[in-house]
Design a protein around this ligand. Structure first.
Ligand code: GDP
Length: 519
Protein backbone atom coordinates (compact mmCIF):
# COMPACT_ATOMS: atom_id res chain seq x y z
CA UNK A 1 0.00 0.00 0.00
CA UNK A 2 1.35 3.37 -0.93
CA UNK A 3 1.78 5.54 2.19
CA UNK A 4 1.83 8.69 0.08
CA UNK A 5 -1.75 7.90 -0.84
CA UNK A 6 -2.71 8.35 2.82
CA UNK A 7 -5.91 10.34 3.10
CA UNK A 8 -5.82 12.99 5.81
CA UNK A 9 -9.11 13.44 7.59
CA UNK A 10 -10.48 15.60 10.37
CA UNK A 11 -13.41 14.62 12.52
CA UNK A 12 -15.56 17.48 13.66
CA UNK A 13 -18.81 18.02 15.52
CA UNK A 14 -20.31 19.24 18.76
CA UNK A 15 -18.80 18.12 22.06
CA UNK A 16 -20.16 14.77 23.29
CA UNK A 17 -21.70 13.89 19.95
CA UNK A 18 -19.31 10.93 19.77
CA UNK A 19 -16.12 11.93 17.95
CA UNK A 20 -13.71 9.96 20.16
CA UNK A 21 -16.04 6.99 20.13
CA UNK A 22 -16.23 7.07 16.37
CA UNK A 23 -12.45 7.24 16.07
CA UNK A 24 -11.98 4.36 18.52
CA UNK A 25 -14.53 2.35 16.58
CA UNK A 26 -12.85 3.04 13.23
CA UNK A 27 -9.50 1.95 14.63
CA UNK A 28 -10.94 -1.15 16.24
CA UNK A 29 -13.02 -2.26 13.27
CA UNK A 30 -10.11 -1.90 10.88
CA UNK A 31 -7.83 -3.93 13.14
CA UNK A 32 -5.60 -0.92 13.75
CA UNK A 33 -5.51 -1.36 17.52
CA UNK A 34 -3.82 -4.46 18.88
CA UNK A 35 -6.38 -6.83 20.43
CA UNK A 36 -4.20 -6.99 23.57
CA UNK A 37 -4.59 -3.22 24.03
CA UNK A 38 -8.34 -3.53 23.63
CA UNK A 39 -8.47 -6.41 26.15
CA UNK A 40 -6.41 -4.44 28.67
CA UNK A 41 -8.75 -1.47 28.52
CA UNK A 42 -11.84 -3.68 28.67
CA UNK A 43 -10.39 -5.40 31.77
CA UNK A 44 -9.63 -2.05 33.43
CA UNK A 45 -13.18 -0.84 32.77
CA UNK A 46 -14.61 -4.03 34.21
CA UNK A 47 -12.44 -3.83 37.33
CA UNK A 48 -13.62 -0.25 37.87
CA UNK A 49 -17.22 -1.25 37.30
CA UNK A 50 -17.54 0.96 34.23
CA UNK A 51 -18.98 0.11 30.89
CA UNK A 52 -16.42 -0.22 28.11
CA UNK A 53 -16.15 2.92 26.01
CA UNK A 54 -14.43 3.15 22.66
CA UNK A 55 -13.44 6.66 23.58
CA UNK A 56 -11.10 5.19 26.23
CA UNK A 57 -9.14 3.54 23.46
CA UNK A 58 -8.46 6.93 21.97
CA UNK A 59 -7.64 8.45 25.34
CA UNK A 60 -5.13 5.67 25.98
CA UNK A 61 -3.53 6.13 22.57
CA UNK A 62 -3.31 9.87 23.06
CA UNK A 63 -1.79 9.52 26.48
CA UNK A 64 0.91 7.30 25.06
CA UNK A 65 1.50 9.75 22.28
CA UNK A 66 1.71 12.67 24.69
CA UNK A 67 4.17 10.82 26.90
CA UNK A 68 6.17 10.06 23.84
CA UNK A 69 6.05 6.35 24.38
CA UNK A 70 6.61 5.16 20.89
CA UNK A 71 3.58 3.37 19.73
CA UNK A 72 3.71 1.72 16.37
CA UNK A 73 3.30 4.66 14.00
CA UNK A 74 0.80 2.57 12.08
CA UNK A 75 -1.52 2.82 15.04
CA UNK A 76 -2.04 6.53 14.42
CA UNK A 77 -3.33 5.33 11.06
CA UNK A 78 -6.12 3.04 10.18
CA UNK A 79 -6.37 1.16 6.92
CA UNK A 80 -9.05 0.06 4.59
CA UNK A 81 -8.37 -2.37 1.77
CA UNK A 82 -7.94 0.68 -0.44
CA UNK A 83 -5.48 2.87 1.47
CA UNK A 84 -4.21 4.21 4.81
CA UNK A 85 -5.96 7.04 6.62
CA UNK A 86 -4.62 9.40 9.21
CA UNK A 87 -6.65 11.52 11.55
CA UNK A 88 -4.62 14.67 11.56
CA UNK A 89 -6.01 16.40 14.59
CA UNK A 90 -7.79 15.21 17.64
CA UNK A 91 -11.12 16.86 18.23
CA UNK A 92 -11.54 18.51 21.58
CA UNK A 93 -7.94 19.75 21.49
CA UNK A 94 -7.66 23.36 22.52
CA UNK A 95 -5.55 24.00 19.45
CA UNK A 96 -7.94 22.29 17.11
CA UNK A 97 -9.74 25.25 15.57
CA UNK A 98 -6.54 27.23 15.60
CA UNK A 99 -4.64 24.49 13.78
CA UNK A 100 -7.37 24.18 11.24
CA UNK A 101 -7.49 27.89 10.58
CA UNK A 102 -3.76 28.42 10.46
CA UNK A 103 -3.37 25.60 7.99
CA UNK A 104 -1.19 23.69 10.47
CA UNK A 105 -3.56 20.89 9.68
CA UNK A 106 -4.51 20.50 6.08
CA UNK A 107 -7.12 17.85 5.60
CA UNK A 108 -8.24 16.16 2.42
CA UNK A 109 -11.64 15.29 3.84
CA UNK A 110 -13.82 15.50 6.93
CA UNK A 111 -16.33 13.49 8.88
CA UNK A 112 -18.93 15.74 10.45
CA UNK A 113 -20.72 14.10 13.33
CA UNK A 114 -24.19 14.93 14.64
CA UNK A 115 -25.87 13.30 17.61
CA UNK A 116 -29.14 11.90 16.23
CA UNK A 117 -30.90 12.23 19.55
CA UNK A 118 -29.78 15.82 20.06
CA UNK A 119 -29.70 17.22 16.54
CA UNK A 120 -27.55 19.98 15.09
CA UNK A 121 -25.89 22.14 17.75
CA UNK A 122 -23.85 25.30 17.85
CA UNK A 123 -20.44 23.69 17.47
CA UNK A 124 -21.70 21.47 14.66
CA UNK A 125 -22.42 24.62 12.68
CA UNK A 126 -19.23 26.37 13.69
CA UNK A 127 -17.12 23.43 12.62
CA UNK A 128 -19.05 23.12 9.37
CA UNK A 129 -18.38 26.78 8.73
CA UNK A 130 -14.66 26.28 9.33
CA UNK A 131 -14.63 23.36 6.87
CA UNK A 132 -16.19 25.64 4.33
CA UNK A 133 -13.75 28.45 5.14
CA UNK A 134 -10.83 26.10 4.59
CA UNK A 135 -12.15 24.79 1.33
CA UNK A 136 -12.62 21.22 2.57
CA UNK A 137 -15.29 20.03 0.19
CA UNK A 138 -15.13 16.26 0.71
CA UNK A 139 -17.42 15.81 3.67
CA UNK A 140 -19.32 12.81 4.95
CA UNK A 141 -21.93 13.38 7.65
CA UNK A 142 -22.67 10.72 10.25
CA UNK A 143 -25.86 10.94 12.29
CA UNK A 144 -24.67 9.15 15.43
CA UNK A 145 -26.17 7.42 18.48
CA UNK A 146 -29.12 6.09 16.50
CA UNK A 147 -29.18 3.10 18.88
CA UNK A 148 -30.59 5.55 21.44
CA UNK A 149 -33.64 6.21 19.26
CA UNK A 150 -34.18 2.62 18.10
CA UNK A 151 -32.70 3.41 14.72
CA UNK A 152 -35.81 5.42 13.93
CA UNK A 153 -35.80 6.47 10.30
CA UNK A 154 -37.85 9.63 10.93
CA UNK A 155 -35.46 10.88 13.58
CA UNK A 156 -32.62 10.32 11.12
CA UNK A 157 -34.44 12.15 8.31
CA UNK A 158 -35.21 15.14 10.51
CA UNK A 159 -31.60 15.60 11.57
CA UNK A 160 -30.41 14.89 8.03
CA UNK A 161 -32.60 17.70 6.68
CA UNK A 162 -31.40 20.08 9.35
CA UNK A 163 -27.70 19.49 8.67
CA UNK A 164 -28.12 19.48 4.89
CA UNK A 165 -29.82 22.87 5.09
CA UNK A 166 -27.00 24.38 7.11
CA UNK A 167 -24.28 22.85 4.95
CA UNK A 168 -26.05 24.22 1.90
CA UNK A 169 -25.81 27.72 3.37
CA UNK A 170 -22.01 27.33 3.61
CA UNK A 171 -21.71 25.75 0.14
CA UNK A 172 -20.94 22.21 1.27
CA UNK A 173 -22.70 19.28 -0.32
CA UNK A 174 -22.00 16.19 1.76
CA UNK A 175 -21.11 13.12 -0.25
CA UNK A 176 -23.29 11.01 2.04
CA UNK A 177 -25.32 11.37 5.22
CA UNK A 178 -25.03 8.06 7.06
CA UNK A 179 -27.07 6.75 10.00
CA UNK A 180 -24.63 5.21 12.50
CA UNK A 181 -24.04 4.04 15.99
CA UNK A 182 -20.37 4.51 16.76
CA UNK A 183 -20.86 2.59 19.97
CA UNK A 184 -22.44 -0.48 18.36
CA UNK A 185 -20.60 -0.19 15.06
CA UNK A 186 -23.67 0.16 12.86
CA UNK A 187 -22.76 1.32 9.33
CA UNK A 188 -19.20 2.06 10.39
CA UNK A 189 -17.12 -0.75 8.86
CA UNK A 190 -20.12 -2.94 8.21
CA UNK A 191 -23.90 -3.05 8.17
CA UNK A 192 -25.27 -4.83 11.20
CA UNK A 193 -28.88 -4.84 10.00
CA UNK A 194 -30.41 -2.17 12.25
CA UNK A 195 -31.09 0.24 9.40
CA UNK A 196 -32.74 -1.81 6.65
CA UNK A 197 -34.22 1.45 5.32
CA UNK A 198 -30.73 2.78 4.49
CA UNK A 199 -29.20 1.79 1.14
CA UNK A 200 -26.06 3.94 1.11
CA UNK A 201 -22.47 3.09 1.93
CA UNK A 202 -20.85 2.51 5.32
CA UNK A 203 -18.57 5.22 6.69
CA UNK A 204 -15.46 3.39 5.47
CA UNK A 205 -16.94 2.88 2.01
CA UNK A 206 -17.83 6.56 1.84
CA UNK A 207 -14.28 7.56 2.85
CA UNK A 208 -12.87 5.30 0.16
CA UNK A 209 -14.71 7.31 -2.49
CA UNK A 210 -12.73 10.47 -1.62
CA UNK A 211 -9.66 11.62 -3.47
CA UNK A 212 -6.31 12.76 -2.16
CA UNK A 213 -5.98 16.48 -2.54
CA UNK A 214 -2.63 16.58 -4.27
CA UNK A 215 -0.51 19.65 -4.46
CA UNK A 216 -1.98 21.44 -7.43
CA UNK A 217 0.22 21.49 -10.49
CA UNK A 218 -2.56 22.59 -12.83
CA UNK A 219 -2.95 26.02 -11.21
CA UNK A 220 -0.74 28.97 -12.21
CA UNK A 221 2.76 29.11 -10.72
CA UNK A 222 3.03 30.45 -7.18
CA UNK A 223 6.45 30.25 -5.56
CA UNK A 224 6.53 32.35 -2.38
CA UNK A 225 10.10 33.24 -1.42
CA UNK A 226 10.89 32.02 2.07
CA UNK A 227 14.47 33.17 2.18
CA UNK A 228 17.23 34.59 0.04
CA UNK A 229 20.70 33.11 0.43
CA UNK A 230 23.85 34.59 -0.93
CA UNK A 231 26.10 31.66 -1.56
CA UNK A 232 29.04 31.01 -3.82
CA UNK A 233 28.66 34.48 -5.31
CA UNK A 234 25.05 33.93 -6.37
CA UNK A 235 21.67 34.71 -4.92
CA UNK A 236 19.37 31.78 -4.32
CA UNK A 237 15.69 32.33 -3.68
CA UNK A 238 14.35 29.41 -1.70
CA UNK A 239 10.86 28.28 -0.83
CA UNK A 240 8.15 25.82 -1.70
CA UNK A 241 6.35 25.74 -5.01
CA UNK A 242 2.76 26.04 -3.78
CA UNK A 243 1.02 25.63 -7.11
CA UNK A 244 2.00 25.18 -10.74
CA UNK A 245 5.41 24.48 -12.13
CA UNK A 246 8.63 26.45 -12.55
CA UNK A 247 11.20 25.77 -15.32
CA UNK A 248 14.67 26.90 -16.21
CA UNK A 249 14.37 29.61 -18.86
CA UNK A 250 10.90 30.77 -17.76
CA UNK A 251 10.33 34.50 -17.72
CA UNK A 252 9.01 35.19 -14.23
CA UNK A 253 7.81 38.15 -12.25
CA UNK A 254 8.48 38.74 -8.58
CA UNK A 255 5.52 40.37 -6.84
CA UNK A 256 4.85 42.77 -5.24
CA UNK A 257 8.18 44.29 -6.39
CA UNK A 258 7.25 43.75 -10.06
CA UNK A 259 10.77 42.71 -11.01
CA UNK A 260 11.03 40.53 -14.07
CA UNK A 261 13.78 38.11 -14.94
CA UNK A 262 14.44 34.60 -16.20
CA UNK A 263 14.96 31.45 -14.19
CA UNK A 264 18.57 30.40 -14.59
CA UNK A 265 18.68 27.28 -12.42
CA UNK A 266 16.31 25.23 -10.31
CA UNK A 267 18.07 23.58 -7.40
CA UNK A 268 17.29 21.07 -4.75
CA UNK A 269 19.39 19.73 -1.94
CA UNK A 270 22.27 17.91 -3.64
CA UNK A 271 20.61 18.20 -7.04
CA UNK A 272 21.72 21.14 -9.09
CA UNK A 273 20.86 20.12 -12.62
CA UNK A 274 17.08 20.17 -12.41
CA UNK A 275 15.11 21.68 -15.26
CA UNK A 276 11.87 22.15 -13.40
CA UNK A 277 10.02 21.76 -10.12
CA UNK A 278 6.34 21.35 -9.42
CA UNK A 279 3.81 22.13 -6.69
CA UNK A 280 4.77 20.65 -3.35
CA UNK A 281 8.54 20.72 -3.93
CA UNK A 282 10.91 22.77 -1.79
CA UNK A 283 13.56 24.27 -4.02
CA UNK A 284 15.89 27.16 -4.66
CA UNK A 285 16.14 29.14 -7.88
CA UNK A 286 18.74 31.48 -9.30
CA UNK A 287 17.85 34.07 -11.92
CA UNK A 288 19.56 35.84 -14.81
CA UNK A 289 19.46 39.15 -12.97
CA UNK A 290 20.55 39.55 -9.37
CA UNK A 291 17.42 40.88 -7.75
CA UNK A 292 17.29 42.46 -4.35
CA UNK A 293 14.05 40.98 -3.21
CA UNK A 294 13.02 39.76 0.20
CA UNK A 295 11.10 36.98 1.85
CA UNK A 296 7.44 37.37 1.04
CA UNK A 297 7.82 38.04 -2.68
CA UNK A 298 5.93 35.60 -4.88
CA UNK A 299 7.40 34.28 -8.11
CA UNK A 300 4.78 33.84 -10.85
CA UNK A 301 4.28 34.16 -14.61
CA UNK A 302 3.16 37.54 -15.89
CA UNK A 303 0.21 36.19 -17.79
CA UNK A 304 -1.44 34.81 -14.67
CA UNK A 305 0.26 36.54 -11.77
CA UNK A 306 -1.31 37.12 -8.36
CA UNK A 307 -2.67 40.57 -7.64
CA UNK A 308 -0.45 43.21 -6.11
CA UNK A 309 -2.59 44.94 -3.57
CA UNK A 310 -2.71 47.19 -0.57
CA UNK A 311 -6.32 46.51 0.23
CA UNK A 312 -8.37 43.35 0.47
CA UNK A 313 -11.83 42.23 1.44
CA UNK A 314 -11.91 39.09 3.54
CA UNK A 315 -14.11 36.84 5.60
CA UNK A 316 -12.41 36.28 8.91
CA UNK A 317 -13.03 33.92 11.79
CA UNK A 318 -12.03 35.35 15.15
CA UNK A 319 -10.71 33.03 17.86
CA UNK A 320 -9.30 35.20 20.62
CA UNK A 321 -11.04 36.36 23.78
CA UNK A 322 -9.87 39.89 23.11
CA UNK A 323 -12.23 41.33 20.47
CA UNK A 324 -11.13 42.08 16.94
CA UNK A 325 -11.40 45.83 16.47
CA UNK A 326 -11.81 48.07 13.48
CA UNK A 327 -8.99 50.61 13.31
CA UNK A 328 -6.56 48.51 15.34
CA UNK A 329 -3.30 47.26 13.86
CA UNK A 330 -2.77 43.52 13.29
CA UNK A 331 -0.26 41.39 11.42
CA UNK A 332 -1.53 39.34 8.49
CA UNK A 333 0.53 36.35 7.43
CA UNK A 334 -0.21 35.16 3.94
CA UNK A 335 2.05 32.51 2.41
CA UNK A 336 5.54 33.76 3.40
CA UNK A 337 4.66 37.42 3.65
CA UNK A 338 3.84 39.39 6.75
CA UNK A 339 2.12 42.72 6.56
CA UNK A 340 0.81 45.25 9.03
CA UNK A 341 -2.93 45.61 8.48
CA UNK A 342 -5.84 47.61 9.82
CA UNK A 343 -9.47 46.73 9.39
CA UNK A 344 -10.76 49.93 7.86
CA UNK A 345 -14.31 48.64 8.21
CA UNK A 346 -16.11 45.57 9.54
CA UNK A 347 -18.90 45.51 6.97
CA UNK A 348 -20.77 42.61 8.53
CA UNK A 349 -20.57 40.77 11.79
CA UNK A 350 -21.96 37.23 11.78
CA UNK A 351 -22.75 34.59 14.35
CA UNK A 352 -20.72 31.64 13.09
CA UNK A 353 -23.21 29.05 14.27
CA UNK A 354 -26.26 30.60 12.63
CA UNK A 355 -24.48 32.72 9.99
CA UNK A 356 -26.98 35.42 10.84
CA UNK A 357 -25.77 38.96 10.36
CA UNK A 358 -25.75 40.47 13.84
CA UNK A 359 -24.28 43.83 12.93
CA UNK A 360 -23.29 46.07 10.06
CA UNK A 361 -20.39 48.50 10.20
CA UNK A 362 -19.65 47.00 13.59
CA UNK A 363 -16.80 48.30 15.74
CA UNK A 364 -15.64 44.82 16.76
CA UNK A 365 -15.95 41.04 16.51
CA UNK A 366 -16.06 38.71 19.49
CA UNK A 367 -14.56 35.23 19.82
CA UNK A 368 -15.92 32.70 17.32
CA UNK A 369 -17.68 35.35 15.30
CA UNK A 370 -17.23 35.79 11.59
CA UNK A 371 -16.71 39.15 9.95
CA UNK A 372 -16.67 40.49 6.43
CA UNK A 373 -13.88 42.97 6.70
CA UNK A 374 -11.94 45.41 4.52
CA UNK A 375 -8.24 45.50 5.39
CA UNK A 376 -5.86 48.32 4.52
CA UNK A 377 -2.30 47.06 4.34
CA UNK A 378 0.80 49.05 5.18
CA UNK A 379 2.69 47.64 2.19
CA UNK A 380 1.82 45.97 -1.07
CA UNK A 381 1.51 42.22 -1.01
CA UNK A 382 0.84 39.59 -3.68
CA UNK A 383 -2.38 37.68 -3.08
CA UNK A 384 -5.03 35.63 -4.85
CA UNK A 385 -8.72 35.22 -4.30
CA UNK A 386 -9.39 32.19 -2.13
CA UNK A 387 -11.73 30.88 -4.81
CA UNK A 388 -8.85 30.87 -7.29
CA UNK A 389 -5.91 29.76 -5.20
CA UNK A 390 -6.26 28.56 -1.63
CA UNK A 391 -2.52 28.87 -0.92
CA UNK A 392 -2.34 32.57 -1.60
CA UNK A 393 -5.93 33.31 -0.75
CA UNK A 394 -5.87 32.56 2.93
CA UNK A 395 -4.14 34.17 5.86
CA UNK A 396 -3.65 34.14 9.60
CA UNK A 397 -4.21 37.18 11.81
CA UNK A 398 -1.83 37.88 14.67
CA UNK A 399 -2.13 40.35 17.50
CA UNK A 400 1.41 40.76 18.84
CA UNK A 401 2.73 37.24 18.44
CA UNK A 402 -0.57 35.49 19.18
CA UNK A 403 -2.56 33.87 16.42
CA UNK A 404 -6.04 35.24 16.91
CA UNK A 405 -7.90 34.36 13.77
CA UNK A 406 -7.83 33.43 10.15
CA UNK A 407 -9.36 34.65 6.97
CA UNK A 408 -9.90 34.11 3.30
CA UNK A 409 -9.57 36.68 0.57
CA UNK A 410 -12.92 37.48 -1.04
CA UNK A 411 -11.90 40.36 -3.25
CA UNK A 412 -8.78 42.33 -4.03
CA UNK A 413 -8.04 46.00 -4.48
CA UNK A 414 -8.54 46.32 -8.25
CA UNK A 415 -12.11 45.14 -7.79
CA UNK A 416 -12.51 47.51 -4.90
CA UNK A 417 -11.27 50.16 -7.26
CA UNK A 418 -8.44 51.93 -5.52
CA UNK A 419 -5.27 50.39 -6.84
CA UNK A 420 -2.86 51.65 -9.43
CA UNK A 421 -3.08 50.25 -12.90
CA UNK A 422 -0.01 48.28 -13.84
CA UNK A 423 1.57 49.02 -17.22
CA UNK A 424 3.55 46.19 -18.82
CA UNK A 425 6.40 48.08 -20.35
CA UNK A 426 7.14 45.86 -23.30
CA UNK A 427 3.48 45.79 -24.26
CA UNK A 428 3.35 49.61 -24.30
CA UNK A 429 6.67 50.11 -25.88
CA UNK A 430 6.66 51.48 -29.46
CA UNK A 431 9.99 51.70 -31.22
CA UNK A 432 10.19 54.67 -33.61
CA UNK A 433 12.93 56.03 -35.86
CA UNK A 434 14.21 58.61 -33.37
CA UNK A 435 13.74 56.64 -30.18
CA UNK A 436 10.95 54.90 -28.44
CA UNK A 437 7.67 55.85 -26.90
CA UNK A 438 5.54 54.71 -24.00
CA UNK A 439 2.20 56.42 -24.45
CA UNK A 440 0.33 56.96 -21.19
CA UNK A 441 -2.05 59.60 -22.49
CA UNK A 442 -5.00 57.23 -22.37
CA UNK A 443 -4.24 55.78 -18.94
CA UNK A 444 -6.53 57.26 -16.36
CA UNK A 445 -5.78 57.19 -12.63
CA UNK A 446 -2.69 55.94 -10.88
CA UNK A 447 -0.17 53.89 -12.79
CA UNK A 448 2.79 51.74 -11.95
CA UNK A 449 5.04 49.59 -14.09
CA UNK A 450 6.15 46.06 -14.74
CA UNK A 451 9.71 46.57 -15.83
CA UNK A 452 10.83 43.85 -18.21
CA UNK A 453 14.33 42.66 -18.91
CA UNK A 454 13.84 43.54 -22.61
CA UNK A 455 13.17 47.13 -21.57
CA UNK A 456 16.23 47.27 -19.33
CA UNK A 457 18.45 45.78 -22.06
CA UNK A 458 17.15 48.39 -24.48
CA UNK A 459 18.02 51.18 -22.03
CA UNK A 460 21.39 49.63 -21.27
CA UNK A 461 22.26 49.76 -24.99
CA UNK A 462 22.13 53.57 -24.72
CA UNK A 463 18.64 54.09 -26.14
CA UNK A 464 16.20 56.68 -24.96
CA UNK A 465 12.52 56.31 -24.26
CA UNK A 466 9.93 59.05 -24.18
CA UNK A 467 7.10 58.67 -21.71
CA UNK A 468 4.18 60.73 -22.99
CA UNK A 469 2.05 61.55 -19.94
CA UNK A 470 -1.62 62.18 -19.53
CA UNK A 471 -1.13 64.47 -16.55
CA UNK A 472 1.62 65.60 -14.17
CA UNK A 473 0.50 63.05 -11.56
CA UNK A 474 2.15 60.42 -13.72
CA UNK A 475 5.56 62.06 -13.30
CA UNK A 476 6.10 60.48 -9.91
CA UNK A 477 5.65 56.80 -10.84
CA UNK A 478 7.81 57.20 -13.97
CA UNK A 479 10.54 59.00 -12.01
CA UNK A 480 10.36 56.38 -9.28
CA UNK A 481 10.69 53.57 -11.77
CA UNK A 482 13.69 55.33 -13.34
CA UNK A 483 15.27 55.75 -9.93
CA UNK A 484 14.76 52.08 -9.02
CA UNK A 485 16.44 50.95 -12.22
CA UNK A 486 19.30 53.38 -12.13
CA UNK A 487 18.09 55.44 -15.07
CA UNK A 488 18.23 59.17 -15.56
CA UNK A 489 15.48 61.39 -16.93
CA UNK A 490 14.82 64.88 -18.22
CA UNK A 491 11.57 66.71 -18.75
CA UNK A 492 10.43 67.31 -22.24
CA UNK A 493 7.54 69.16 -23.77
CA UNK A 494 5.21 67.67 -26.31
CA UNK A 495 2.55 70.10 -27.48
CA UNK A 496 0.90 71.21 -24.21
CA UNK A 497 1.96 68.17 -22.20
CA UNK A 498 4.91 67.40 -19.94
CA UNK A 499 6.81 64.27 -20.86
CA UNK A 500 9.80 62.46 -19.48
CA UNK A 501 12.70 61.06 -21.43
CA UNK A 502 14.48 58.19 -19.77
CA UNK A 503 18.07 57.22 -20.54
CA UNK A 504 20.93 55.49 -18.84
CA UNK A 505 23.59 57.57 -17.11
CA UNK A 506 26.16 58.81 -19.59
CA UNK A 507 23.77 58.69 -22.57
CA UNK A 508 22.34 62.23 -22.33
CA UNK A 509 19.71 62.98 -24.92
CA UNK A 510 20.45 65.63 -27.51
CA UNK A 511 18.40 68.81 -26.95
CA UNK A 512 16.69 68.33 -30.31
CA UNK A 513 15.08 65.23 -28.95
CA UNK A 514 13.03 67.41 -26.67
CA UNK A 515 10.90 68.07 -29.68
CA UNK A 516 9.25 64.73 -29.85
CA UNK A 517 6.78 65.44 -32.53
CA UNK A 518 8.35 62.81 -34.75
CA UNK A 519 7.24 59.99 -32.57
P1 GDP B 1 -16.85 13.60 21.81
O1 GDP B 1 -16.85 14.64 22.86
O2 GDP B 1 -17.53 14.10 20.56
O3 GDP B 1 -15.50 13.02 21.50
O4 GDP B 1 -17.80 12.41 22.32
P2 GDP B 1 -17.41 11.01 22.94
O5 GDP B 1 -16.94 10.08 21.91
O6 GDP B 1 -16.54 11.23 24.13
O7 GDP B 1 -18.84 10.51 23.38
C1 GDP B 1 -19.63 11.19 24.32
C2 GDP B 1 -20.58 10.22 24.99
O8 GDP B 1 -21.48 9.70 24.02
C3 GDP B 1 -19.86 9.01 25.58
O9 GDP B 1 -20.46 8.70 26.81
C4 GDP B 1 -20.09 7.93 24.56
O10 GDP B 1 -20.14 6.64 25.14
C5 GDP B 1 -21.45 8.29 24.03
N1 GDP B 1 -21.60 7.78 22.67
C6 GDP B 1 -20.81 8.02 21.60
N2 GDP B 1 -21.27 7.37 20.51
C7 GDP B 1 -22.40 6.71 20.90
C8 GDP B 1 -23.35 5.88 20.24
O11 GDP B 1 -23.26 5.59 19.05
N3 GDP B 1 -24.39 5.42 20.99
C9 GDP B 1 -24.53 5.72 22.30
N4 GDP B 1 -25.59 5.22 22.94
N5 GDP B 1 -23.68 6.49 22.97
C10 GDP B 1 -22.61 6.99 22.28
Amino acid sequence: MNQSETLKIVIVGHVDHGKSTLIGRLFYDTGSIPQTRYDEIAATCKAQGREFEFAYLMDALEEERDQNITIDTASTFFHTAKRPYVIIDAPGHKQFLKNMITGASSADAAILLVDGAEGVREQTKRHAYVLSLLGIRQVVVTINKLDMVDYDRDVFRKVENEIRAFLHSVQIIPSHVIPVSARDGENMAQKLGNTPWYNGPTVLEALDTFENVHADTSLPLRFPVQDVYKWDGKRIYVGRVETGEIRVGDEVIFLPSGKITRVKTVEKWQQSDLVSAAAGESIGITTDDELFVERGEVVARRANAPVKTRELKASIFWLADRPFQAGKTYTLKLATTEVVATASVIEERLDSSTLEVIGRHAPELLASEVGNVVFSLKNDIAADLFSENIRLGRFVIEDGTLICGGGIVRSLAPEIGSSAQTIHLDEKFIVGDDGSLVDLTRERGEVDFYVTSAFLEYMEAGNRVLFRLRDPLQIEPVALMAFEHNLNFVFGRDRDKVNLILYKFGAEPHPVEFDCGGL
